[in-house]
Design a protein around this ligand. Sequence first.
Ligand code: MN3
Length: 204
Amino acid sequence: MTRPVLSPLAYAYNALEPWIDEQTMRLHHDKHHQTYLDNLLKAITGTELENVAPEKLLSDLTRIPEKIRGVVRNHGGGFVNHNLFWEVMAPKAGGAPTGDLAKALDKTFGNLESFKEKFAAAAAGQFGSGWAWLVVKHDGSLAVYNLPNQDSPLSSGDTPVLGLDVWEHAYYLKYQNRRAEYIGNWWNVVNWDKVAELFKAAKK
Ligand code: MN3
């Protein structure tokens, strides 16, 4: 396998405005995300884990030597979580999902609005830094929960299909302490086509 790299965004830094500002996107992708990757590489380079995909490292943290387990969990998690985050957002996005994903959300949560409320509550209710997640569980069912820091759903055997970063670095420049406003506006940039694709892949 090839060494993990920081992929460029698939859209311009200012493409998610007015919901997410250019400066936040630049710092978040070029600095924060890069740092997670750098620290992960620093920990695994020269070890037998060097050629293991970061997702695989996270999927069983008990196999990681104790000395670098924390770094893999935090920085490996940070690297993998942000890869997903950039992909599940897009300019001129938002709206509602269609197809199998829409059906599964309705079946699990009642309707799209109820899902969004539950997800937003998970995001708002994460004390301190962390993420809200929509995941596909082992049995194919959907679930919403939050996790602190950069903990990945992969470490619990779940496959994340939508994630919202609620670390202050994700919103503070534009929204300051108004996390709820950031969460509410974020729906305008959710790339449902990508979420549907991840959902389909996870169900296989
Ligand atoms: Mn972040």
